[in-house]
Design a protein around this ligand. Structure first.
Ligand code: GRF
Length: 223
């Protein structure tokens, strides 16, 4: 029985390279999905420009055009709910979203974060890993909950820190691995194998005790 393509909404504030990675995976048939909307707080973002260039439904609402944070959340998340996404991918959305807005899309939201959570939630993760002298760094995909970068972990990818690394070099080396991690994780959703709960995730009906690890061939070990 073929499943309908997964309806993916992307929430982004920046250049949109994760959106591009999802589009590439859809284009090559790796990911059975459709991007049903791109949503942003920044009309001039690369993600919104990419959506326009590819003829995708794009919605940008500037916070300053709304009376307060809750109204901005409400406006943008109403637009997201309206496209009836199966999965909402937060890919560099730089605003903290209130619980009321998140509750509308519960169980359908994932975020890609450039650290090996629970280490380094928040910003400047590459510089923090370097400053700590960590042997490795990486990215995590987790379920979005009201607590920042703290939802149940789904999958991770690891890279070594190399001599001479600075934050930009580390970020640049990590980014393609983030893309592979996001695509591999989205594929599990396209196969309808994942269920997200407030405090845990399930794969094939079994509680995920630890995040799946992406291998060099871009397979999620254990999935
Ligand atoms: C990525 O590095 C992601 O891990 C972080 O923000 C960045 C988004 O990049 N949350 P892009 O806009 O998808 O290129």
């Amino acid at each position: 029985m073929t499943l309908p393509p997964l309806r993916i909404a992307v929430l982004a504030s920046g250049r949109g390279s994760n959106l591009q990675a999802l589009l590439d995976a859809i284009g090559t048939g790796v990911l059975e999905a459709r991007i049903v909307g791109v949503f942003s707080d920044k009309p001039a973002s690369g993600a919104i420009a990419l959506a326009g260039a590819r003829g995708l439904h794009g919605v940008a609402i500037r916070p300053r055009d709304c009376p307060d944070r809750a109204a901005h959340d409400e406006a943008l998340f109403s637009e997201i709910a309206a496209v009836q996404p199966d999965l909402i991918v937060f890919a560099g959305y730089m605003r903290i979203v209130g619980a009321a807005a998140l509750s509308r899309l519960e169980g359908r939201m994932i975020n890609i974060h450039p650290s090996l959570l629970p280490k380094y939630p928040g910003l400047d993760t590459h510089a923090r890993a370097l400053a700590a002298g960590d042997a490795e760094h990486g990215a995590s995909v987790h379920a979005v909950t009201p607590a920042l970068d703290a939802g149940p972990l789904l999958a991770q990818v690891r890279i070594p820190l190399l001599p001479g690394d600075d934050a930009p070099a580390l970020a640049a080396r990590l980014l393609p691995r983030e893309h592979a991690l996001l695509v591999a994780t989205a594929t599990l959703f396209a196969q309808r194998r994942v269920r997200l709960h407030a405090d845990h995730a399930e794969l094939d009906g079994r509680r995920l005790a630890a995040p799946l690890q992406l291998d060099a061939a871009n397979h999620l070990i254990g999935a």
